[in-house]
Design a protein around this ligand. Structure first.
Ligand code: IMP
Length: 431
């Protein structure tokens, strides 16, 4: 079987888009399984640079079917915009299929999220503001609207009216203007439906057939393990399941069909939004890395918090997912450093801790314990062969492999597809 899951091993923005794009060219099916337009995958390929939010990166491969699976929450307005932008740049969207089971992000979800974030005050999560949390909350309380509901306008209108009434009640209860207009929402969403309807269907048969045929299926992770609703740094997490198991659930792929799980890690760490990040750099080195690597959010444009590679967190996420191997991205960003620190443990109140804590306030108290490695001060941007890496860079990669417990089979040394060191066939791993 060849179902490969590509999952973020840190707090997102690890460069999953590039890894997925590299593999999508030889995939038969690419499935986006969870999250919504809070995700932003930057893909640089011969057609140019693209920021994808909901459309699977396989869209650039005209022979691949690209599925937005039941576990995703879809904002039809942003999907419609994204499809329009791709089409305008000559990218065919004919291979897209949208599961009728996927839930929708409604305009009131964004309004509710704004109200909830401001009620949280200093404990705000720092969400992307895309209404993702409230959309998943409605799904779990079984009041959500699914994209398949757009295909039955009269039932859809009725359900929007009911949901809008509830949203207005909440807004009134927290002293806000009850400004949700059900008929305007229904009108707007039904106009998107006219363009999206051809893509919407029950995709479960397509996926099951592809599994049965042993087709190459790529499961495209969004966000990352440390933002996972169950295993992440709760409450500073997103609202979906971002692990390999979460992808199976969101896509409807049997877990036994997974042939390989690739964990994507950046050669350093970044995080957007609130929550502890023990190896965060609040100094000139952090500013240098942020500027040099242009660490600003694809979705929100927010400056990302930057830090050294956190091996405690990385090992934890590798274990949760059972990663077979690692894609280590953006190694070139460290090219000019004299020396590089790796966080190999934490200290809490004078005590050494090697396990990633489950409680946010404990993680907040963790101080990083660093191991220093020499830098290489040579450009790695044009290196295609692992053997040609400067010895210090190879040593850095080797230390990360040891600490995480998985081999770095893909190493990114720049944004382009060609700036990648492959140490195995990504579909079969090391044989
Ligand atoms: P939400 O997903 O918008 O609810 O945001 C919850 C947390 O996840 C916030 O800290 C966001 O910054 C973070 N987050 C959500 N999506 C991404 C992503 O694609 N990359 C990095 N962080 C993300």
């Amino acid at each position: 079987m060849s179902v490969v899951a590509v999952v973020g091993g840190q707090w997102g923005d690890e460069g999953k888009g590039k890894v997925i794009d590299l593999m999508a060219g030889s995939a038969s099916m690419v499935i986006r399984a969870h999250g919504g337009d809070n995700a932003g995958h930057t893909v640089v390929n011969p057609l140019g640079e693209f920021a994808l939010h909901l459309v699977p990166a396989g869209i650039f491969n005209p022979d691949a079917l690209c599925i937005i699976a039941p576990g995703v929450v879809i904002n039809p307005e942003s999907l419609d915009r994204e499809l329009g932008a791709l089409q305008q740049r000559g990218v065919s969207t004919q291979g897209l299929r949208i599961s009728d089971r996927a839930h929708m992000v409604m305009p009131y979800h964004m309004v509710l999220e704004q109200a909830q974030e401001s009620l949280r005050g200093k404990d705000a999560i720092g969400t992307t503001g895309r209404g993702i949390g409230p959309a998943y909350a409605d799904k779990v309380t079984r009041t959500g609207l699914r994209i398949g509901d757009l295909l039955d306008p009269s039932v859809f209108r009725e359900r929007v009216l009911h949901a809008a009434t509830q949203a207005n009640q909440f807004l009134r209860s927290v002293g806000r203007e009850p400004a949700i207009d059900a008929s305007a929402i229904a009108r707007q969403y039904l106009s998107f439906a006219e363009r999206l309807a051809p893509y919407i269907s029950d995709v479960s048969g397509l996926i099951a057939d592809a599994v049965d045929r042993n087709s190459r299926i790529l499961l495209e992770g969004a966000q990352a393990t440390l933002l996972d609703i169950d295993h992440g740094t709760y409450p500073y997490v997103t609202s979906s399941a971002c692990t390999v198991a979460g992808l199976c659930q969101g896509a409807g792929i049997p877990p036994r069909a997974i042939s390989q799980s690739i964990g994507v890690y950046k050669a350093y760490c970044t995080r957007v939004g609130s929550g502890a990040m023990p190896s965060e750099l609040l100094d000139a080195t952090g500013d240098y890395l942020r500027e040099h690597a242009h660490e600003f959010g694809t979705t929100t444009g927010r400056a990302r918090r930057v830090g050294w590679f956190d091996a405690v967190a990385a090992r934890y996420s590798a274990r949760i997912n059972g990663f077979d191997n690692i894609a280590l991205t953006r190694l070139d960003i460290l090219d000019e450093m004299d020396s590089i620190q790796v966080c190999v443990g934490y200290e809490i109140d004078g005590r050494r801790v090697d396990q990633f804590p489950s409680v946010a306030s404990v993680l907040d108290r963790c101080r990083p314990l660093y191991e220093e490695l020499p830098g290489w001060q040579t450009s790695t941007c044009d290196i295609a062969d692992f053997e040609e890496l400067p010895a210090e860079a190879a040593r850095y990669v080797g230390r990360i492999e040891e600490l995480v417990g998985a081999p770095a089979d893909i190493i990114g040394v720049g944004p382009a597809r060609t700036q990648t060191i492959h140490r195995s066939d990504p579909w079969s791993g090391r044989v």
